[in-house]
Ligand binder design. Structure first.
Ligand SMILES: C[S@@+](CC[C@H](N)C(=O)[O-])C[C@H]1O[C@@H](n2cnc3c(N)ncnc32)[C@H](O)[C@@H]1O
Length: 479
């Protein structure tokens, strides 16, 4: 299936030249653009005229009709007849409106079924645009050069086109023919080549391995009678994520990385971290699963009904909530899962991170895997020189006591990176106070042992797990 021929797509690419975020910002002003991002289009409505940029802005940013004659001029050398016959524009008398959405990812323009100012899906094979989840995955993906990259469930191709900027070969798959047609169109419009394969999840790439795999899959859990291709994988519960996890060793080249977004059930008596860890095979992977939010079943159902434009379907909501009740589900977690292929037994770390971290997430993922790969055994740290990492401060809370301020809590706070906070005891505070990168840990421990009248080896046995954790979490840096 094609939405338009490649040659016509190239002419559409010509026509959109100049329709970019940079141009919008330069012509209408960054404030007008920021307002539009929040849904306030007054400034754009006032300033966007019937010139080429104005027409594209009215159609694809604001979402209002424009005169057909103005559209014809603004789309040349793509013709208005072509635009109407493929569905890009819809005729309303002498005016036209957008039939597709068009969104930016940097300088790239992505067409999809997602119209400006709408979230509700209209057809079962609706191809979503660049949403919050797409942006999270884009932000979390390292842009270092790789040989081969795979985008599973490519939709309009947003991840695949970003991968094409730093991967020698990009493969993108989707179950939906319409999604692949949009991905092909967007590749042509943006002058990029992708290998596009149709099929269920891993089937089209069976036996293939990649350096980098990304997936923003249809992860929504249990939608009785649902079946929106962009969000329902047709698997039981969070089975789609479990399938991706199980497939990781066979999909990745040695040292390769996979990043996927997922939902997981929070069930009575089953810690979510155990559930997620249980998805992965016993050997060959290092995994970091970060939970960004948890919704209770009612909020979850409401959110996804809003997303598909089904908020008024009370029967659907009831069946969905019954499904959660029957499984003892108390909530649904959403997060990012990073996987690296390694030698040896699988290691899985699951953590809840609700606060805003320093972006891009790609840097956080890079740092996490780098620290986990480092040798932080007791012998290595014994002779290491450690320093308090940049951006780390010690904070205290104290109450007035008989002899002045009585410190009852002390914690380390990062102002950058993961922005972790970590409670520490006075011994660790004393140890860290001397971590300036000049002395080996063994000398610092000896000094502390002398001060406290303790035996150095015993003290180190007590301190080592804490020091290791502080290095792994970026509070202490190895010099
Ligand atoms: C949430 S959209 C993600 C689109 C895009 N990758 C992004 O990041 O915005 C999920 C995509 O997975 C596709 N999909 C749904 N079920 C699938 C399956 N069983 N196998 C492969 N792709 C599937 C949908 O058609 C849709 O394009």
């Amino acid at each position: 299936m094609r939405l338009i021929e490649t040659e016509a797509a190239a002419r559409l690419g010509e026509a959109r030249k100049g329709f970019s975020r940079a141009a919008l910002s330069a012509v209408y002003g960054p404030e007008a653009l920021a307002d539009a991002d929040r849904g306030d289009f007054r400034a754009l409505l006032h300033r966007a005229g019937e010139d080429r940029l104005g027409v594209w802005t009215r159609l694809f940013v604001i979402g209002v009709p424009v005169p057909a004659a103005a559209a014809a001029a603004a789309f040349a050398p793509f013709t208005i007849d072509e635009a109407l016959s493929c569905g890009l524009l819809l005729a309303h008398g002498d005016a036209v409106t957008a039939g597709w959405g068009a969104q930016f990812d940097g300088e790239r323009l992505l067409f999809s079924d997602q119209l400006p100012n709408t979230t509700g899906a209209r057809t079962r094979d609706h191809v979503v645009g660049v949403g919050g989840a797409s942006k999270l995955l884009l932000d979390a993906t390292s842009r270092e050069s790789v040989g081969s990259a795979l985008d599973l469930g490519t939709g309009c191709g947003v991840q695949a086109l970003a991968l094409a900027g730093h991967a020698a070969r990009v493969t993108a798959t989707d179950l939906s023919e319409r999604a692949l047609a949009f991905a092909a169109l967007n590749a042509a419009v943006n002058g990029t080549e992708l290998e596009l394969l149709q099929g269920d999840l891993l089937a089209p790439v069976a036996g293939c391995r990649f350096d980098l795999v990304v997936a923003n899959p249809p992860f929504v859990i249990a939608t009785p009678g649902g079946g929106w291709t962009y969000r329902d994988a047709g698997r039981e519960a969070d089975g789609i994520a479990a399938e991706l996890a199980a497939a990781a060793p066979g999909l990745l080249n040695p040292g390769g990385t996979m990043l996927f977004l997922a939902n997981w059930l929070h069930r009575d008596g089953e810690p979510w971290a155990e559930r997620v860890a249980g998805w992965f095979p016993d050997a060959g992977l290092r995994v970091w699963a970060v939970e960004r939010e948890v919704l209770d079943p009612l909020d979850y159902v409401r959110t996804w009904q809003r997303d598909s434009g089904e908020s008024d379907d009370a029967d659907q909501a009831a069946a969905w909530l019954d499904w959660f009740d029957a499984r003892g589900a108390e909530g649904v977690g959403f997060g990012l899962v990073g996987v690296r292929r390694i030698e040896g037994p699988t290691e899985v770390v699951c953590e809840s991170v609700r606060h805003a971290v320093e972006t891009p997430w790609a840097d956080r993922v890079r740092d996490w895997f780098a620290l986990r790969a480092a040798d932080l055994g007791p012998e290595t740290l014994w002779t290491a020189k450690l320093r308090v990492a940049d951006g780390v401060a010690l904070q205290q809370s104290a109450a007035p006591g008989p002899e002045g301020w009585d410190v009852d809590r002390q914690w380390l706070q990062q102002s950058n990176g993961m922005r972790y906070a970590e409670e520490v005891d006075p011994l660790v505070v004393a140890f860290m106070g001397a971590c300036d990168g000049t002395a080996e840990v063994r000398l610092q421990v000896q000094l502390l042992a002398d001060t406290y009248g303790a035996e150095a080896a015993m003290l180190y046995a007590q301190l080592y797990p804490v020091i290791r954790r502080l290095v792994e979490r970026g509070f202490l840096a190895l010099d």
